[in-house]
Design a protein around this ligand. Structure first.
Ligand code: PMP
Length: 440
């Protein structure tokens, strides 16, 4: 009997006892390929020697110092490195312990920015349906997944949602990418005008939608149009790259590929690669300036923010990625993964779409390929795929369909950046077999 309250109260899980490279091992000695990096976390795989030695060294020197009294060498160095490589205009890093904390902090920074500027009437947040931004109440309010929100209503933060940029389902047949980008982005302008042009704080979006949709990238120019609309109305753009960021899509930040820089960006998961819980908000100079010349404070804080162990993990992971030029491998192996997925599953009767960027790929499953009809949610296809994959020693990240019942189940594949061609072949074989077993 377990005394551990897990998410799925009735499900029994294997006990993880070890990890090395791209594999995890359970207490029975069974190996699993970590083909989703957990939830797109383990970018360097497990037990990377350089990260372990950095962590041992940090632990020997200093485990904890409260940020109300001290900064630390590790936190300073991590902030320096993050800002050196940040999108244009981002000038400071605020270190926290994970993705939800980063989103909470970003929402509050956006709100405080306008208070400092003498525009306290700005109070609305606009986000997108189908998105996930975390499970704390502010982040949950920003998220656009009705089934996650329903039992916690009324939510403490009032947010408003527009459609995601989701070509497979929402682009009309015959509609060009350009026309679709314009139509999808127009929803933001319409929503801002409906709420009052000077009453909106920020628009929040994942650059590439991860957990809830299975690696859905925006069509060309969508984010540029979003940026222009935000600028037109003085609305802040918050890009949530907690899952898709830090190299996962082949560039350090996913938004680099869209030619867009946000006012605030949240990062986490791949930042520390799972070696420690660490996240960050990268904020623009104008937001920093508003705090500096205003109250002199960001009215927020957590006991473990900027924790030296977490910062040391982030620093070590990010240094390895640069030193070993791993983004080149993300691009090469990402293309390999895409082509093997297309070869194995491209004509599969139940595969509607294969998409993504770099080592961040999604497969959407449908009952009827021609009509894009999702499986009946009662079938719980995602759970079946998870079970079949685990039985075959494969960890991928399947999720159920949402967006008003119109979105199919999907599987997210996000292996560590050190993955090799032969690993990709094993991943795709096992995944194909697991899908066949689940739907058959
Ligand atoms: N934002 C995004 C885009 C995420 O994918 C997640 C986690 N899946 C979060 C925020 C929340 O991060 P955490 O679970 O670390 O709180």
């Amino acid at each position: 009997m377990t005394r551990l309250l897990h998410r799925a109260i009735h499900s029994r899980m294997p006990v993880a006892v070890g990890g090395r490279g791209i594999e995890l091992f359970d207490a029975e000695g069974k190996a699993y390929i970590d083909a989703s990096g957990g939830a797109a976390v383990s970018c360097l795989g497990h037990a990377h020697p350089a990260v372990l030695s950095a962590l041992h060294e940090q632990l020997d020197r200093l485990a904890y110092a409260h940020t109300g009294f001290f900064t630390s060498e590790a936190a300073e160095a991590l902030a320096e490195l993050l800002i050196a490589d940040a999108p244009a205009g981002l000038s400071h890093a605020y270190l926290v312990s994970g993705g939800s904390e980063a989103v909470e902090a970003a929402l509050k920074m956006a709100r405080q920015y306008f208070v400092e500027k003498g525009e306290p009437q700005r109070r609305h947040i606009i986000a997108r349906r189908q998105s996930y931004h975390g499970n704390t109440l502010g982040a949950l309010a920003a998220g656009g997944n009705e089934w996650r929100r329903a039992q916690f209503k009324p939510l403490l933060v009032e947010t408003h949602h527009i459609d995601p940029c989701y070509a497979y389902r929402l682009q009309e047949s015959g509609e060009s990418d350009e026309a679709y980008a314009a139509r999808a982005a127009q929803q933001l302008e319409d929503k801002i005008l409906e709420l009052g042009a000077d009453e909106v704080i920020a628009f929040v979006a994942e650059t590439v939608v991860g957990a809830t949709a299975g690696a859905v990238p925006p069509v060309a120019d969508y984010l540029k149009r979003i940026r222009a609309i935000c600028d037109r109305y003085g609305v802040l753009l918050i890009l949530d790259e907690v899952m898709c960021g830090m190299g996962r899509t082949g560039t350090l930040h996913a938004c680099e590929q869209d030619g867009v820089a946000p006012d605030l960006m949240t990062i986490a998961k791949g930042l520390g690669g799972g070696y420690q819980p660490v996240g960050a908000v990268l904020l623009s100079e104008k937001i920093f300036e508003a705090f500096a010349s205003g109250s002199g404070f960001f009215q927020h804080g957590h006991t473990y923010m900027g924790h030296p162990m977490a910062a040391a993990a982030g620093l070590a992971v990010q240094q390895v990625i640069r030193r070993e030029n791993l983004l080149a491998n993300v691009v090469a192996m990402g293309a390999e993964l895409e082509s093997q997925l297309v070869e194995r599953l491209g004509n599969h009767h139940h595969v509607g779409d294969i998409r993504g960027r770099g080592l961040f790929r999604g497969v959407e499953l449908v009952a009827d390929r021609a009509g894009k009809q999702p499986f009946d949610p009662k079938f719980k296809l995602n759970g079946l795929i998870k079970k079949e994959a685990m039985a075959r020693g494969l960890m991928v990240y399947p999720m159920g369909g949402t967006i008003d019942g119109r979105q199919g189940d999907h599987v997210l594949i996000a292996p560590p950046f050190i993955v090799e061609r032969a690993d990709i072949t094993r991943i795709v074989e096992r995944l194909g077999d697991a899908i066949d077993a689940a739907v058959g």
